[in-house]
Design a protein. Structure first.
Length: 266
């Protein structure tokens, strides 16, 4: 997930997301077309979705209707999602972090030019999702360093079906990184909050699941709460720092044998 990992010929990465949450702009519906005009060359395709959000934190359950404006590259492997209080840049194609952050910086800067002066950033997030597949003699369980995978219960006539672990770490950036590790005999391991989406399905995900084999998922969700002026340069620099932490977490979570088979060092 660093620049080197982004160029691995067998890279497990299938999805990248960066999010900026900011002060709600009441009339974003009047601004989004101006924003789209500024990024049209890179993201000409559009979609508009109306999402009903349920708030369970109130004493009385409440619901709100939110609009999400989507803009996509011609290949639909990259996209921008805009809401009244958030911006997402996500991709199912990824070569280097340098290229990813250049595109993200462009998108964030164009939006910043249209926002009111008083808008502040309240949350930053960056997320990487890796699909682990059996490789040669290396099982999915042997690709993660924690060895937290399936414990054989065959002697009790029990067959492994599914594993899910969630671990949260505090990070030096003042935020948290949530790492989800899943293994399954079936294909139901993708995070339901981001799949499906309107992007083109990556080749690694569209390939048939190996018959009778366990597949795995590593989901790195790194976020920081803040209260800062919406300054594009500062936003990008903080997200780059968060990326470095997530990249190091990936290296510490996966085995050297797996990274070698993915192409590290070639």
């Amino acid at each position: 997930m660093s620049e080197a990992l982004g160029q691995l010929k067998n890279a497990p990465l299938i999805y990248v997301l960066a999010q900026v949450v900011f002060t709600r702009v009441p009339k974003m519906g009047n601004l989004w077309e101006d924003f789209h005009q500024t990024i049209f060359e890179q993201f000409p395709e559009t979609s508009v979705k109306h999402i009903r959000k349920i708030n369970l934190s109130d004493a009385d359950e409440s619901a709100t209707n939110e609009t999400q404006w989507g803009m996509f590259s011609p290949s639909k492997t990259e996209g921008v999602l805009l809401g009244s209080d958030n911006l997402v840049f996500h991709a199912t194609s990824y070569v280097t972090s340098k290229e990813f952050f250049e595109k993200l910086s462009f998108v964030v800067s164009q939006l910043s030019n249209l926002l009111p002066d008083k808008v502040q950033v309240s949350r930053l997030g960056i997320r990487y999702v890796d699909l682990l597949l059996p490789m040669g003699d290396l099982s999915v369980d042997e690709q993660v360093t924690g060895k937290l995978g399936s414990i054989s219960l065959k002697k009790a006539n029990c067959e492994f079906d599914r594993l899910e672990e969630i671990t949260t770490y505090k990070t030096a950036e003042g935020g948290s990184i949530v790492i989800r590790h899943r293994q399954s005999n079936t294909s139901d391991i993708l995070p339901g909050d981001i799949f499906p989406n309107d992007l083109e399905v990556p080749a690694r995900l569209s390939n048939p699941k190996p018959e009778g084999e366990v597949v795995g998922l590593l989901d790195f969700d790194h976020y920081v709460y803040c209260s800062n002026t919406f300054a594009p340069t500062e936003v990008i620099e903080q997200l780059k720092t968060m990326h470095d932490t997530s990249s190091q977490a990936f290296r510490l979570t996966t085995t050297s044998e797996a990274r070698k088979l993915w192409g590290e060092g070639e």
